[in-house]
Structure formats: structure tokens, C-alpha cells
Design a protein around this ligand. Structure first.
Ligand code: AKG
Ligand code: FE2
Length: 203
């Protein structure tokens, strides 16, 4: 018996990458309700970067939930995980089923409006393993997600733009984290918030 229908999946293949995208992983009404509940109940914190004696708040809020004993260091910030909420645990199960993968942690990002962002990076920390699968569930405002091959110029590859809908799921796998960078650029016209959950398996 199907407990839920996670909708159709598109497979996007590029050199050194495989991305699976479910535009309607959560039905629209459910995605809005999940957004509101996570916004209100997660333990959002404002992390800071320390660069050359200066303290800079990062342009988004974060929260980190994981199985017991799964600490994580992210851009030099040590995150001690919180125990799964009921809603996050339920979403994890559904994401695991769709992706046929296991995840023991989730990094939550809250972009309050289009002025919040995440800079070019790869999720390539050694504790994620050589070819991590990262499942990214988006809620709230639609935002543009960009991916750029590290050797884009040499390979003649353009930056790829994905328009991540509220309620969508994107799975990045294969060599993606080793060979590509990704970011969420600022989009100053956007006034709605967006929450993104990145499910990961910390080894
Ligand atoms: O918000 C997003 O879609 C991307 C977040 C991200 O790249 C990350 O948390 O590592
Ligand atoms: Fe990332």
C-alpha cells in the first residue's frame, strides 16, 4: 500500500553529477503547513563567521538535528545536534523512502527573505564520505539554486539554474559534491521566507 504519493521525479544528468528532482514531493497545502510549523518550532540560531578579527552574522538562520552523537563542523562552526522533532522524523522517513538512502542528520536553513543566501560551496566535508547523497527539501518561497562545475571553463559547462519550488525535493548524488559547487544567491525582490532541509549521512 502506498502511504503517500511523492509525485514524479526528473533525472538531471551532467558530467560528474546526478540530480533527481521531485517538483511536487509534498502537495502545496501540506508544504505551506510544514513551512509554518518548522518556522515556529525549530530552534533557529544566528551563527557568525570570524574572519580576520571581525564577526559577521551569516545571512540565514540555521538549526541542526541528528541522531545522538552526530556532531558536525560547518564552515568552522561546531554544531551540536538536537534530537529529531516528530515532524522532522516523519519527513526524514519519507525522504529516505523516495531516495532509497539513509540519513542520520538534517541541517535546516531559514532564509527570512530574498536578502538571505548561501555562498558558493560544496558539501564535501570528510565526515560525509567520498560521494555523499544530499537530499534537499524546500518549503515556502521559490528560490533559484545554482550549480557550477569546478572546471566549468575548461569543460565549457554553464552554471545550471534550478528553480526550487516549495514542496520540492532535490537529491544530489554521485560525484556532485566533489566536482560541483552550489549556492543560493540573494534575490532582493523576494519577501517571503524559505526553509530548506538538507538531509545528510554523517559517517
Ligand atoms: O537552501 C538550499 O537550497 C541549499 C542549502 C545548502 O546548500 C546547504 O545547506 O548546504
Ligand atoms: Fe550545500
Amino acid at each position: 500500500m502506498e502511504l503517500f504519493d511523492e509525485g514524479a521525479c526528473e533525472v538531471l544528468r551532467w558530467p560528474d553529477a546526478e540530480w533527481l528532482y521531485w517538483p511536487r514531493f509534498l502537495p502545496a497545502a501540506e508544504a505551506d503547513a510544514v513551512f509554518a510549523q518548522l518556522r515556529d518550532e525549530l530552534a533557529w540560531r544566528q551563527d557568525e563567521l570570524h574572519i580576520g578579527g571581525r564577526t559577521i552574522p551569516i545571512p540565514r538562520l540555521n538549526a541542526w538535528y541528528a541522531d545522538v552523537g552526530r556532531g558536525y563542523t560547518y564552515s568552522g562552526i561546531r554544531m551540536e545536534p538536537l534530537p529529531w522533532t516528530e515532524m522532522l522524523a516523519g519527513l526524514r522517513t519519507r525522504v529516505e523512502t523516495a531516495c532509497a538512502a539513509r540519513f542520520n542528520s538534517v541541517l535546516c536553513n531559514f532564509y527570512r527573505d530574498g536578502r538571505d543566501s548561501v555562498a558558493w560551496h560544496a558539501d564535501d566535508e570528510p565526515e560525509l564520505g567520498r560521494e555523499p547523497q544530499i537530499a534537499s527539501l524546500s518549503l515556502g518561497a521559490e528560490r533559484t539554486f545554482e550549480l557550477r562545475h569546478r572546471r566549468a571553463r575548461e569543460l565549457g559547462l554553464r552554471t545550471q539554474h534550478l528553480h526550487l519550488l516549495g514542496g520540492s525535493l532535490l537529491l544530489m548524488r554521485g560525484a556532485t559534491q566533489r566536482c560541483w559547487l552550489h549556492r543560493l544567491p540573494k534575490e532582493p525582490g523576494i519577501t517571503r521566507g524559505r526553509i530548506n532541509l538538507t538531509f545528510r549521512q554523517v559517517l
